[in-house]
Design a protein around this ligand. Sequence first.
Ligand SMILES: *Cc1c(COP(=O)(O)O)cnc(C)c1O
Length: 379
Amino acid sequence: MVKSESLNRVIVSRAAINHNFYICRKQTGNAGIMATVKADAYGHGMLECARIFTECGVDAFGVAEVVEGVNLRCSGVDQPIFILTAALAEFFPAIIKYNLTPVLVDVAQVSAIAVHSRHCRESLPVHIEVDAGMGRQGCLPAELPELVRKIEQTQGLRLAGIMAHFPLADDRGNPASNNIMRIFQEVVGKLYSDNIIREKQCLHIANSGALFGVAGSNMDMVRPGISLYGYAAGGTGQGGVGLEQELRPAMSFVSRVVQVRTVPEGTGLGYGHSFVTRRRTRLAVLPVGYGDGYLRKLSNRSIVLIRGRKVPVVGRISMNMTLVDVTDFNSVQVGDEVVLLGRQGAEWITADDIALWMGTISYEVLCLFGHCNAVEFVD
Ligand SMILES: *Cc1c(COP(=O)(O)O)cnc(C)c1O
């Protein structure tokens, strides 16, 4: 057999994804679950993750862009697919054709979609996003009644739900979350009491942080993302709470040792000689670098696992090469598996660990590794 695949592999555990869905299900109670699979399921592979969630009985999917929704629909997904980012006018024909659910944010959007929805035999369910305190996308609470009326007056559209988003749900006990939830419930309540809407709407506000940390935020549907992939929204800093501690990281990132060599004390290592050996040093060369998403920022900071032991990265990470100091582990050999993210033996490196070294959050680490490499699934 001729070998030609990459030595660097991003591997996603179906069992972990499945397990995490059921942990979220337990936490969700009677509310529906929209699995957030934007950004290729946070780097894990959207289509395969969607298949797993569908087997688990997921109620809906959330993506950022129309193109992602079209891909999901064309791969056989029947559930509602929410386009969470405000769609531009030119995408409304695709939204209608593929029966995607847009999240509308202003009346101009409604006018743009009306041009196309007028001709539809069945009306398209749409949701509204109200900015109840996130300070990002959506309409202001004061603009909500006008937006609802405009949708109700538009042929071919049917208002099916109203959503908001939390800015600080991962910050346990921050009173902002309860305030935002109260504002959301008040503005929606007023739509009913003013007779602007009569039919039951699907209300949703909870991301992963809220699902596990903001009591009463489940409403009619929850929108977990990061927890489905095995991480607590708040990172290791706050640990998980309750069921959140049972989540299992689904992604691993592994490489191989391609050379083992010994250099004398005082040797400058790699570009910039950012590390100079203080002893006779045994180095393992790894064929991975920032081109694979193992960012330069991790130079002289991160740790990898070889033969179940933690070994430090030394010197600057280059595009496709990284050095680790294996002086204390003379069993390390060419061809050994190297775990950059994931478990090996009794040791574990999490995306939260890597995020700490990179000065970011697990979300970004997972997207980065998943997008820079081909993703394989294992049971
Ligand atoms: C990404 C996203 C989510 C999921 O957030 P997590 O913190 O990953 O659970 C939920 N809702 C909206 C609107 C989002 O954009």
